[in-house]
Design a protein around this ligand. Structure first.
Ligand code: SF4
Length: 509
């Protein structure tokens, strides 16, 4: 390995490592996170893997510690103080198809254990990856745990969270520096505190492309990848522009092809089915480019399947595009409608066409491929009534409903003032915190909407739990399943909003 890069450490910024360093050993850490739930396939940590590669290319020795994988296990932890309002509306020990969540968990080992592992690797610096502002507190807890054991290791934090509000981290004594925005532009300033302007984004030719191969699961290898960055649209509820900007950029095709060929040399890939999980935010902005990549994948991995995890823009779908995507092996269509209310979408600057959406959904439905249609609940224009009406509208479409409770991110329209975030814990920004950011629905109403969305999906698949479905409709109430000692029983879900439930059952057809 060639250690050629010289890094200048800015005096007064890191008390731990001032001076000129020719190369470093850097541990890149993905902290354990706390939440009610985190989908294991979303643990790929592409961002952290990209940091590792960027550091290696800059001549450093970098190792990845993904504690969400290393730990694997989840541990129940107390509900954080500022979301204790949820304890009044949770139903204990519930599970099943109309359930919310009952236990707050840590996904990964205790932060002290993570810190010990990191320090034992004897790095010169530790880079903590924080992919979303909502998980900032988990990243800071890890930094504090490291600092307690070793006061000499320089700690940098980067990712979507720090990019949204660097000051949330820089006020913490355990953190030496924050890397804002894309890593390629900031790697040479490993210890520079938030030094880059927010409107600088990596040129296409310099963009690193790091597909992450996940461990085999049920005979399939899942490869997470992101080909593009940025989106020129201005949906007011979307925070993508904060880290990736509004210019759509693609990884050069040649680079993508080389990486796919490289993956094919992995013996694991040769002996398993392969699924490509694209993490792009608006990949259809250049459909021909996407086809070229999918074509390359099919050439190298005949029969591979794929999904667009962050959704496809239905405005860019046509029957021809849908047919091509099916031919290339798409396993389900994840689409986002934002809201079913045209006035709300206009206020949110979301370009929409409900007539086109219905046409697209009917066409995909004829192909017998699953569709999940996501909508946001808790936008400023929403009311409890409009949300129930949206669910009733969605229940008539050939889709499964994905409900996303609205959460704020510093920098979103209406949430530009940093004081709000500096004076509150970032965990309020998790969707599962059901915090009433816009005061349009209360936490209780957000939870009721969540359960109703699940009930709509159960109506689509009644065989999954006929008893639960019949009980809900016979009683015109939301029931849920609970475990009590060795007993499993049906009970009314606690603390639902009765007017919303009444409106739903009165109007469901
Ligand atoms: S189209 Fe998607 S990625 Fe683009 S701004 Fe809207 S929500 Fe964000």
């Amino acid at each position: 390995m060639v250690y050629s890069q010289t890094i200048t450490v800015f005096s007064g910024i890191s008390a731990h490592s001032a001076g000129i360093i020719n190369f470093m050993r850097v541990a890149v850490a993905v902290p354990p996170i706390t939440d009610f739930y985190f989908s294991p396939p979303r643990n790929s940590a592409i961002g952290a893997a990209t940091v590792v590669r960027a550091l290696q290319l800059a001549g450093h020795k970098a190792d990845l510690f993904n504690f969400m994988h290393i730990g694997r296990k989840t541990h129940t932890v107390p509900l954080p103080e500022k979301i204790s309002y949820l304890s009044e509306i949770l139903t204990k020990n519930e599970y099943g198809l109309t359930a919310f969540f009952s236990d707050y968990k840590r996904i990964g080992p205790d932060p002290i254990i993570c810190a010990e592992k990191l320090v034992a690797a004897n790095p010169d610096a530790i880079w903590i990856s924080c992919f979303a502002f909502a998980y900032s507190d988990d990243a800071i807890v890890l930094a504090d745990a490291i600092r307690k054991i070793d006061n000499s290791i320089a700690i940098t934090i980067g990712g979507g969270g720090p990019s949204a509000l660097p000051a949330y981290f820089l006020r913490n004594d355990s953190i030496d520096a924050v890397c804002i925005g894309e890593v390629e532009a900031g790697i040479e300033n490993l210890f520079a505190q938030a030094s880059r302007s927010n409107d600088f984004f990596t040129a296409e030719n310099s963009m690193l492309f790091i597909p992450v191969v996940m461990p085999p699961h049920r005979g399939t290898i899942r490869i997470s990848l992101s080909l593009t960055r940025g989106c020129p649209k201005h949906c007011a509820f979307c925070s993508n522009f904060i880290t990736q900007g509004r210019k759509f950029r693609q990884t050069p095709f040649q680079k993508v092809q080389e990486e796919i060929i490289r993956i094919a040399q992995d013996p694991l890939a040769a002996s398993h089915s392969v699924h490509f999980a694209f993490e792009d935010d608006n990949i259809l902005l250049d459909t021909e480019y996407f086809y070229a990549v999918l074509n390359c994948i099919q050439r190298i991995f005949p029969g591979a399947t794929f999904s667009a995890e962050n959704g496809l823009d239905y405005l860019l779908l046509t029957e021809k595009v849908i047919d091509r995507l099916i031919d290339f092996g798409i396993t389900q269509f994840n689409l986002s409608v934002g809201s079913t209310n045209s006035g709300t979408l206009t206020t949110q600057c979301r370009v929409h066409d409900y007539k086109k959406l219905k046409k697209i959904l009917s066409y995909i439905h004829t192909k017998k491929i699953k569709i999940i249609l996501y909508f946001i609940c808790g936008l400023s224009e929403d009311t409890p009534e409009s949300i129930v009406d949206s669910l009733l509208t969605l229940s008539k479409l050939p889709v499964e409903v994905g409900i996303s409770p609205f959460y704020a991110v510093p920098g979103l329209s209406g949430f530009e003032k940093t004081d709000l975030f500096l004076n509150n814990p970032a965990y309020l920004c998790k969707g599962s915190s059901l915090f009433p950011w816009n005061k349009s629905l209360t936490s209780r109403q957000l939870m009721t909407a969540f359960r109703l969305a699940r009930l709509v999906n159960l109506c689509r698949h009644p065989a999954q739990d006929k008893e639960l479905l019949n009980t809900c409709f016979q009683s015109e109430n939301i029931f849920t399943r609970v475990r009590e000692k060795s007993l499993k029983k049906l009970v009314p879900a606690e603390a639902c909003d009765t007017s919303m439930i009444h409106r739903f059952f009165q109007n469901y057809t």
